[in-house]
Design a protein around this ligand. Structure first.
Ligand code: SF4
Length: 228
């Protein structure tokens, strides 16, 4: 068991988090080589182009207005990982721009976490029809891109938002209600900080304060790690 009720950081026994397969390794290596040859080319933009032309999940590719790659800088210290784009995100091509995104911006501003420190992405880069849940095979398909984003950005902290992010990044043994707001340090030093998805506060008003408290804890963790 790796969790702690007091917010202390414990190692995750299996160090599980991401799966790096051969196609992903070749994609990342080719991006890094191209970046080395032509340094002006933003490696994240290269990956964004790969995502934009992806049709691996045919239903999602047919339904989407556009892919939603992620938002933030390559130097981000914290990566938030949500579920999938919704209608607003699909329309604008940017994650977390609807009501949930505005609440998240408010929470970050309240605790002094600047947008320049974070990168926001989702487990899926395409909107599921009628905002249905992501299917396991869709998340498997898209994990190549998510893993590449993480490898390129190399954040110090990954904050999965909600159960889909949590189960994709850490383990499906856990529920967000049991582990939110508690840091988990992997053996390689990467820290997971699971949080409720900000959209949860739109449906359950009592979670609003819980999410705000967890953002305070995240800011404290960033300060303790010398990142803020
Ligand atoms: S969800 Fe990901 S893997 Fe599936 S089509 Fe969209 S970009 Fe490709």
């Amino acid at each position: 068991m790796c969790m702690c009720m007091t917010g202390k950081i414990y190692p995750l026994p299996d160090g599980r988090g991401t799966v790096v397969g051969a196609p992903l390794i070749s994609l990342i290596i080719s991006l890094i080589i191209r970046h080395a040859i032509i340094p002006d080319v933003n490696i994240l933009d290269e990956l964004r182009n790969e995502v934009a032309s992806c049709t691996l999940c045919s239903e999602l590719a047919d339904f989407r207005t556009q892919t939603v790659f992620g938002d933030g800088t390559i130097e981000a210290e914290v990566m938030f990982i949500g579920e999938a784009p919704g209608a607003d995100e699909d329309a604008q091509g940017i994650p977390f721009v609807g009501r949930a995104g505005r609440f998240m911006n408010e929470c970050m501003a309240q605790v002094g976490i600047p947008r320049s420190k974070v990168f926001i992405a989702n487990t899926l880069k395409c909107r599921p029809p009628d905002n249905r849940n992501p299917q396991p095979e869709e998340m498997d398909n898209c994990s190549t891109f998510l893993t590449a984003q993480i490898a390129i950005i190399n954040p110090k902290i990954i904050a999965p938002l909600g159960n889909f992010g949590l189960q994709r990044m850490i383990s499906n043994k856990y529920k967000i209600g049991e582990v939110h707001g508690r840091p988990i340090r992997r053996r390689d030093g990467l820290i997971y900080f699971p949080m409720y998805h900000p959209a949860a506060a739109l449906h359950r008003a009592n979670l609003r304060e819980t999410i705000q408290i967890d953002f305070k804890k995240l800011a404290k963790l960033l300060k303790r790690e010398g990142l803020l």
